[in-house]
Design a protein around this ligand. Structure first.
Ligand SMILES: Nc1nc2c(ncn2[C@@H]2O[C@H](COP(=O)(O)OP(=O)(O)OP(=O)(O)O)[C@@H](O)[C@H]2O)c(=O)[nH]1
Ligand SMILES: [Mg+2]
Length: 494
C-alpha cells in the first residue's frame, strides 16, 4: 500500500456559530427582570500547520472531508455558549494550498507556519447583548453565522536545495544514502524509488537538503515510466544534479545522450531552465566507467556545468561534490533568500469590512454587496419580525436605504443581499429605531400586512365626504352634491 501522497483534494467546513438566546429573567415578585439571553459561541476554524513529523498528504487522501466543531447556542441567565474548538491539520513542509481553479492561497514553508483555511462563523448575540436604552427587552436574538466552506487542493512541493535527476538505476538513491542520513530503498532494477526522498547533507558548517526523485526515462513528459509528476518536488531546488550511470549495461545509452534526453524532459515540464546544473558521473569504482568518463568529459564540457566523478559505493569524490554543492546553494540563497521559517499565521483573503456597494442586475434586482451586510443577513432570523426590523434599521444606518433611493429603487423593487431577496420597503422613520410594544413584532409589518380597521376606513370616508361637501359649498349647486354624496354610502353597504 502506498504511504506517500503528494496531492489531495480537501473539503473544508469550519464550525457554525451558535445562535444567540432570547430569554427574559424571571424571579418571584420580579416577573420581568430584563433580557438575559446569552450569546452563541463562535464556530471553530480549520487551520493547516506545518509539522516536521509529517511527510505525506496521505491522511487527507483517506479522509478528505474535514470539519471543525460548531459553537454552542447561548442560554438564559446570561450563559454564553461554548466556542467550537479549532481543527488543526498537520501538513508537510512545502504544502501548497490551491483553490480548485488553481489559484494559490498559501505556500506553507517552515515548521509551525499556520494558515487559517476556513474561518468559523461568529456566534449570534443573545437578546441581553442586543438591548440598549431604547430597546430594553429585545424579543429576538442573532443567529450564529455559518462557518466558511471551501474545497481546496493540497499539493506537496518538497522544500529541498538540491534535486537529483537521472535515469532509473543511475544511483540517485545510493548517492543520497551516501551523503546524508536518508535510507531509501536501493536495488538494481529500474524504478526502485517510487516516492521522493529527502536527506539533509552537512558540509562543514553548511547544511542543505537533497531531494531524490523517481527516475526519468525518455517520454516521461507524455507519461512514460512514472512521468514527470514527481518533478514538482525539485521545483524549489536551487541546483539540479544530473546523476549519470557510467557503468550501464545498456549498449544504446551513453552519458552525453542521457543528459540531453533528460534536459528535453525537464524543458517539457517547464520552469526549471534557470536553475544551475551539476553533472555527476557515478559508479567510478567500475573500471569501464572510468574509461567512459575519460571519453565523454570533453563532449560534456560544452554545457559549461561542473562535472564530478564519484562512486556512491566507495564514496570516492563525494566530499568534493558535497562542498561544491554547498557553495552553489549558498550563492543561490544569497541571490534569492529562502522564505524564513517563522511561525506565522497566514489568514485567507483580507475582507473589506467597512462598507457596501450597490449594483443592478439585468432583471432589475438591486444587489447589495459587502461582507458586513452579508453577515447581518445571515444573523437574522426571518421568522421574527423584530429581528427583521432590526436588520432594516442596521441597513438604514449604514446608508443602504439612501443608496437604494439614489439609485432609483421604487418601493416593492427586489433587493438581494447574500442569498436573500427582499422587496424594498423604505423605512419611514429614517435613522430612528422604533421600540415595539410587543416582543418579537415590528410595527412596520403591521402596516404592510394588515388592512386598515373598519373604524379607520369609516373615519377616512367621513373625512373624504367632508372635503367634498366643503368644495361643493364653495362651487354651489346642491343637486350634483347629492348625487356624488350618495356614492360613498353605496360603498359602505358593499
Ligand atoms: N558499482 C556501483 N554500483 C552502484 C553505484 N551506485 C549505485 N549502484 C548500484 O546501482 C543500482 C541502482 O542504484 P539506485 O541507487 O537504486 O539507483 P536509482 O537511481 O535510485 O534508481 P531508481 O530509484 O530506480 O530511479 C543498485 O544496484 C546500486 O547498488 C556505484 O557507485 N557503484
Ligand atoms: Mg532510487
Amino acid at each position: 500500500m502506498t504511504s506517500f501522497v503528494d496531492r489531495a483534494v480537501l473539503h473544508v467546513q469550519a464550525g457554525n456559530g451558535g445562535h444567540g438566546c432570547v430569554s427574559i429573567h424571571r424571579e418571584k415578585f420580579k416577573p420581568l427582570g430584563g433580557p438575559d439571553g446569552g450569546n452563541g459561541g463562535h464556530g471553530g476554524s480549520v487551520l493547516l500547520t506545518v509539522d516536521p513529523g509529517v511527510h505525506t498528504l496521505l491522511d487527507f487522501h483517506f479522509k478528505p472531508h474535514v470539519r471543525a466543531e460548531n459553537g454552542k447556542g447561548g442560554a438564559g441567565k446570561n450563559r454564553d455558549g461554548a466556542n467550537g474548538s479549532d481543527l488543526v491539520l498537520h501538513v508537510p513542509n512545502g504544502t501548497v494550498v490551491q483553490t480548485e481553479d488553481g489559484e494559490v492561497l498559501a505556500d506553507l514553508i517552515g515548521n509551525g507556519t499556520t494558515f487559517e483555511i476556513a474561518r468559523g462563523g461568529r456566534g449570534g448575540r443573545g437578546n441581553a447583548g442586543l438591548a440598549n436604552s431604547r430597546r430594553r427587552a429585545p424579543g429576538f436574538a442573532e443567529l450564529g453565522e455559518p462557518g466558511e466552506h471551501i474545497d481546496v487542493v493540497l499539493e506537496l512541493k518538497s522544500v529541498a536545495d538540491v534535486g537529483l535527476v537521472g535515469y532509473p538505476s543511475a544511483g540517485k538513491s545510493s548517492l543520497i544514502a551516501a551523503i546524508s542520513a536518508a535510507r531509501p530503498k536501493i536495488a538494481d532494477y529500474p524504478f526502485t524509488t517510487l516516492v521522493p526522498n529527502l536527506g539533509v547533507v552537512r558540509a562543514g558548517n553548511d547544511t542543505f537538503v537533497v531531494a531524490d526523485v523517481p527516475g526519468l526515462i525518455p517520454g516521461a513528459a507524455t507519461g512514460k515510466g512514472l512521468g514527470l509528476r514527481f518533478l514538482r518536488h525539485i521545483e524549489r531546488c536551487a541546483v539540479l544534479v544530473h546523476v549519470v550511470d557510467c557503468a550501464t549495461l545498456e549498449t544504446d545509452r551513453n552519458p552525453v545522450e542521457d543528459i540531453e534526453v533528460l534536459e528535453e524532459e525537464l524543458a517539457a515540464y517547464g520552469g526549471l531552465a534557470d536553475r544551475p546544473r551539476v553533472i555527476v558521473l557515478n559508479k567510478m569504482d567500475v573500471p569501464d566507467a572510468r574509461d567512459l568518463a575519460d571519453i565523454v568529459r570533453a563532449d560534456l564540457a560544452h554545457h559549461g556545468w561542473p562535472i564530478f566523478e564519484v562512486s556512491a559505493v566507495t564514496h570516492e569524490g563525494l566530499k568534493e561534490l558535497v562542498f561544491a554543492l554547498a557553495e552553489i546553494v549558498n550563492e543561490q540563497r544569497a541571490e534569492a533568500p529562502a522564505a524564513e521559517p517563522t511561525r506565522i499565521v497566514i489568514r485567507p483573503r483580507a475582507v473589506d469590512d467597512s462598507g457596501f456597494t450597490l449594483t443592478r442586475e439585468d432583471d432589475g434586482t438591486f444587489v447589495v454587496h459587502g461582507d458586513k451586510v452579508r453577515r447581518w443577513v445571515l444573523q437574522t432570523n426571518f421568522d421574527n419580525e423584530e429581528a427583521v426590523g432590526y436588520l432594516a434599521d442596521r441597513l438604514n444606518r449604514l446608508g443602504v436605504e439612501d443608496a437604494l433611493a439614489k439609485a432609483g429603487a421604487q418601493p416593492g423593487d427586489p433587493v438581494r443581499i447574500g442569498d436573500r431577496e427582499f422587496d424594498w420597503q423604505p423605512t419611514v422613520v429614517a435613522g430612528d429605531e422604533y421600540t415595539p410594544s410587543q416582543r418579537g413584532t415590528d410595527w412596520r409589518f403591521e402596516e404592510q400586512t394588515h388592512r386598515p380597521t373598519a373604524a379607520q376606513r369609516l373615519a377616512a370616508r367621513k373625512a373624504r365626504r367632508r372635503r367634498f361637501e366643503d368644495a361643493e359649498a364653495e362651487a354651489g349647486g346642491p343637486d350634483a352634491g347629492a348625487e356624488a354624496g350618495d356614492e360613498p354610502e353605496g360603498d359602505d353597504g358593499g
